[in-house]
Design a protein around this ligand. Structure first.
Ligand code: SF4
Length: 728
């Protein structure tokens, strides 16, 4: 028996065919009819079935304890949820609704996100729900909102074949979005004139396969983008009529970028000015200009400004809304976008409504028939939740209870020792997860065993706004329950039963879809039935929209041809936004922002003279609770390492493979040194995957990172922490 589903690792959203043999054995292969991957899978996707078949670390039944010095005891679902509801009600009554919080995950399905938002915002009366997507995408969200008027990726994957210049900035898609990268590589192989520019302080695999690598100093992306902007203006490569007809803010931008010479910018960035000239020339002369970025721009204390400086290059050249043109933030998690659609951040409501907008609150309250007023104040963001719990001085008004769903903050949060203190301090911790390898379990008062991929149904939205249906294929082990069911059962225990009387996830999705009517993310035409039939649908998709049929995909794929984009829209169902150049801002004009180019990261000094950047390796995913269980994936890079430039190593007497101690103002790690000029002098790199459980706290990268966040997106500055490295 075969089942079509979607990979649950990254935002590329590859289609997977799961083969289920009569003996229950599972195998997976890429779905040749899926528009996102056309049959290809990367190493993680190809081995996804092992994460389901190995159940050795699964949480199998609810557990709880009344004292953290006691071991967790097996209990029934009713007992676990009744106690959790009783504790939540007590805190809410005594300290107010902001005394409780949910911290969820970009791994959660859209229906799960919707339910948890409805529960806390519409029925408990707090906006204290945030997600680990805050740690990776929120700077892009704010950048899109400020420039285009909406959290909306304007391009689609089919734009790849229309582009002739790719600017990849602060991203390593060769490792982190491999199938998307293979599509770009295939396009370049077929069209050798296509140029790829990679901006990254590290020489990554993406940089190696680019035509031009700009290894800028960390924190100087805006300087570079402004310099490119200046050259585009000086070389006559801007689109005057687009600027006049469709944007605001150009004059202030031009004045700003003219203030710094190209030589000065090159000096600040630590690269040759000729390289900046080359990049600007390629972009200026291109027919299709796509920019791709991820954490190098987003995970920064100036992340929003970095995003705006890059989007500006599209707005001054008019390279947006046309074939092969546009800014394209690559989504890290599989459903970071779907989560935001349902309101899965502390400052938003379903369909990208804003909690600070009274009309938006009223619409949602009326739809939900909420018994409470939706709070007008944004809730605590990811880092704010943990800081509130860790703050010993916090009084009765502060956070008391946190419910963590499918994420492992004791590995992934910045300055993770603060997060650990937070969970120790918390009066009540609920952990809902699939794995006992989640470091949070040790701090839990209640543990709720969740169903995993293939064990539950729901939907996800990938990086090009493509919604996919994930069927339930197998039963989860033990007493595991789908996350949606856990949430609606809990809501019933809280006394909100009438509003949470669901019997399946399709009902949840239909309710959410109705709430999107008339918004920019309108999905009123999407149903499970349609998704099962058509495989995927991009938003927006209104009630009377017509999707592509499976047969149409088959024809396109079997002939191995990619029709011209003009013909592909809407025939293949692929949607690009802003084709009429009317943006989602109030006046329908995009906003060019003249943003300052300085960095405000933690300063280096004599004690901590090096910059540490953290990131991913090719075959591991986040905190390794899934990929760490697949032996094959450990073969690529089995051990953590610190990349350090040979010049920096030599002055410290450090040799290749030697154990070193990396120290920051917050903590330390011990790890083997890898001497390489793939990193700039002054920079070192440490993978973020390994946590306390796996390494006895020796190599937890976030022991070192700092708690600074971008003031608008509240996204942490993972890419810039001051450290020293010494022989151990
Ligand atoms: Fe899964 Fe991403 Fe790999 Fe595709 S590229 S198979 S979605 S991890």
């Amino acid at each position: 028996m075969t089942h079509q589903t979607t990979c649950c690792y990254c935002g590329v959203g590859c289609g997977i065919v799961v083969n289920q043999e009569p003996n229950g054995r599972l195998t997976v292969e890429g779905d040749k009819q899926h528009p996102s991957n056309r049959g290809m899978l990367c190493s993680k996707g190809m081995n996804l079935h092992y994460t389901v078949m190995d159940q050795s670390d699964r949480l199998l039944y609810p557990q709880m304890r009344f004292n953290r010095s006691m071991p967790l005891q097996r209990v029934s679902w009713d007992a676990a949820l009744e106690r959790t509801a009783a504790v939540f009600k007590t805190f809410i009554q005594k300290y107010g609704p902001d005394s409780v919080a949910f911290y969820v995950s970009g791994q959660c399905l859209t229906e799960e996100y919707y339910l948890v938002n409805k529960l806390i915002k519409g029925f408990i009366g707090s906006n204290n729900i945030d997600t680990n997507s805050r740690l990776c995408m929120s700077s892009a969200v704010v950048g899109y909102k400020l420039s285009l008027g909406e959290d909306s990726v304007p391009v689609c994957y089919d734009d790849i074949e229309e582009a002739d210049v790719f600017l990849v900035q602060g991203a390593n898609p060769a490792w982190c979005h491999p199938i998307l990268w293979r599509r770009i590589e295939a396009h370049k192989t077929a069209n050798p004139h296509v140029k790829i520019i990679c901006v990254d302080p590290r020489r990554t695999d993406t940089a190696r396969s680019s035509d031009l690598h700009l290894p800028i100093r960390p924190g100087t992306d805006i300087v570079l983008n402004h310099a490119i902007g200046r050259l585009l203006i000086e070389n006559g490569h801007i689109d005057h009529s687009f600027i006049v007809d469709h944007t605001d803010g150009f004059l202030a931008y031009r004045e700003l970028v003219m203030q710094r010479s190209i030589d000065e910018a090159a000096e600040l960035c630590g690269i040759d000015s000729e390289a900046i000239q080359t990049a600007a020339n390629w972009i200026g002369r291109s027919k299709g200009f796509l920019s791709l970025w991820t954490m190098g721009l987003n995970q920064s204390v100036i992340g929003v400004n970095k995003n705006l400086s890059l989007i500006n290059l599209h707005l001054i050249t008019g390279r947006i809304g046309t074939p092969g043109n546009g800014p394209f933030s690559l989504t890290g998690q599989p459903n970071a976008m779907g989560g935001r659609e349902t309101g899965g951040l502390a400052n938003i409501l379903p369909a990208h409504r804003d909690v600070m907008n009274a009309a938006h609150r009223a619409e949602v309250e009326a739809f939900w028939n909420s018994p409470v007023k939706i709070a007008a104040k944004p809730g605590l963001t990811a880092t704010e939740m943990f800081e509130a719990l860790a703050d010993d001085r916090s009084g009765d008004a502060s956070l008391k209870a946190i419910w963590i769903i499918n994420t492992n903050p004791l590995v992934s949060m910045p300055d993770v020792n603060t997060a650990e203190k937070a969970l120790k301090n918390a009066r009540f911790v609920v952990v809902q997860d699939i794995s006992n390898r989640a470091d949070t379990v040790a701090f839990a008062d209640v543990v709720l065993p969740a169903a995993a991929w293939l064990e539950k149904e729901g939907t996800m939205t990938n990086a090009e706004r493509r919604i996919a249906y994930l069927p339930k294929v197998i039963d989860g082990p033990g007493e595991t329950l789908p996350d949606s069911e856990i949430l609606w059962r809990f809501a019933q225990k809280m006394g909100f039963g009438d509003a949470f009387k669901y019997t399946n996830c399709s009902e949840v999705y239909q309710e959410y879809a109705q709430l999107t009517a008339g918004t920019n993310v309108d999905v009123t035409g999407v149903t499970y039935e349609l998704l099962r039939k058509n495989r995927t649908i991009q938003w927006p998709f209104q009630q009377h929209d017509k999707p592509i049929t499976n047969n149409e995909y088959r024809i396109a794929n079997s002939e191995n041809r990619i029709p011209k984009t003009e013909n592909r829209i809407p025939e293949t169902g692929t949607k690009r936004l802003f084709t009429d150049h009317r943006f989602y801002t109030a006046n329908q004009r995009a906003q060019i922002h003249a943003v300052p180019d300085g960095n405000t990261s933690e300063p280096t000094d004599e004690d901590f003279p090096l910059v540490l950047t953290t990131g991913r390796i090719r075959d591991q995913w986040h905190t390794m609770t899934k990929t760490g269980r697949v032996a094959k994936l450990g073969q690529h890079i089995p051990q953590p390492f610190l990349q350090i430039h040979p010049d920096d190593a030599n002055v410290r007497g450090i040799e290749e493979g030697q154990l070193v101690v990396v120290q920051s103002r917050r903590g330390e790690v011990r790890v083997k040194a890898q001497l390489t000029d793939d990193v700039r002098p002054g920079l070192c790199f440490l993978p973020m995957h390994w946590g306390k459980i796996l390494t006895n706290n020796q190599v937890r990268a976030n022991n070192l990172t700092n708690s600074l966040v971008d003031p608008r997106s509240k996204e942490p500055d993972f890419k810039f922490s001051a450290v020293e490295v010494l022989p151990y």
